[in-house]
Write a protein that binds this ligand. Sequence first.
Ligand SMILES: Cc1ncc(COP(=O)(O)O)c(C=O)c1O
Length: 398
Amino acid sequence: MSDPGAKIPIVDLRAQYANLREEIGRAIDAVADSQQFILGPAVCQFETEMAGFLGANHAVGVASGSDALLLALMALGVGPGDAVITTPFTFFSTVSSITRLGATPLFVDIDDDGYLLSAAKLKEFLSRRARIENGATIDEKTGGRIKALLPVHLFGELCDMTSLVETAREYGLEIVEDVAQACGARQNLGGQEIFAGAIGELGCFSFFPSKNLGGFGDGGLVSARTEELAARLRMLRMHGESTKYHHQVTGLNSRLDSLQAAVLSVKLKYLNSWCDRRIACARNYQKLFSASGLVGKQVLAIPTAPTNTSHVFNNYCIRAERRDELKQFLAAAGIQSEIYYPLPLHLQQCFAELGYQHGDFPQAELAATQVLALPLYPELTAPQQETVVGAVARFYRI
Ligand SMILES: Cc1ncc(COP(=O)(O)O)c(C=O)c1O
């Protein structure tokens, strides 16, 4: 999270709030006046707005992005004996949502020149490991039924969905998108602009405050293609109730709070313009880094800012030599940076029983040693960006 003491924090939520203070205050007052805090009109309104924004058929507000993932997999009936394919280079709950249900995560490494689940490596993995039997896709190694593909649009960048959708179709896998970091990203697919979260069967969003669309606390949402899945999600987020106090399945208490929904409704109106600003900042970083002469040398790689909105830069991550020292140097200069993520999921202690080893996913492991996120948020100024790049240059020239 943001370090308010840093001269240039990684994200500055105060700057955004200063512009919206009164509008948000009125929205909060309206909920307080209504005294409808649980699944009240503010939640319904926000769900409708989000579905409209995304071009998704349905949207169901839940308590967090982590719960969105868990509930999405529950809605698909994922459980013991099932497997879900995902990336080892992601936030913890992408994977814990699978293991919590007693299912097995099957990892596919990220691209060699990026951070996203590799579409080519997925094809190779499935052709080596998967067998289709009576309409089900079976993992030859574990015997588990591979039910779903869980790609993560990490740092705000859309995965290669054209290829992933094609492969998922071939193997009969449901796609659950992890859109926690990519709310607002969209891409032209088949001649149509489609938002992240409206491509797969289900899309899982987080409204953690530092996300592109962030609330005043925890919050999440699942977008769903079918009414059947949406109805299941509504039931699952409400203790599995079909009618009051009649529980069809064991669900959770995982509702989006009305106060959060009211804040998010205000913020949603600005999301596209904030994404545009993030992209503009990424382009400016690209210009500044290119001029620094460091790229391809000590700064091993910087993100390419696309000409479209397929990367909305929830995070701006460079790859750097002597990354940890650079991070310390920047901190001493009042510039906050973060490591997303220092240890890939296949090497986490809590997943040791999955039996993965060092070397199993070399690109994820390499990224974990090099990646460094620099400050980026819509209100970041050009002089601040110059200060950041100037400090990186000073570090390497010492
Ligand atoms: C990729 C990814 N997935 C899932 C989550 C979980 O979201 P939340 O913190 O709202 O539970 C996050 C949050 O950081 C995330 O970055």
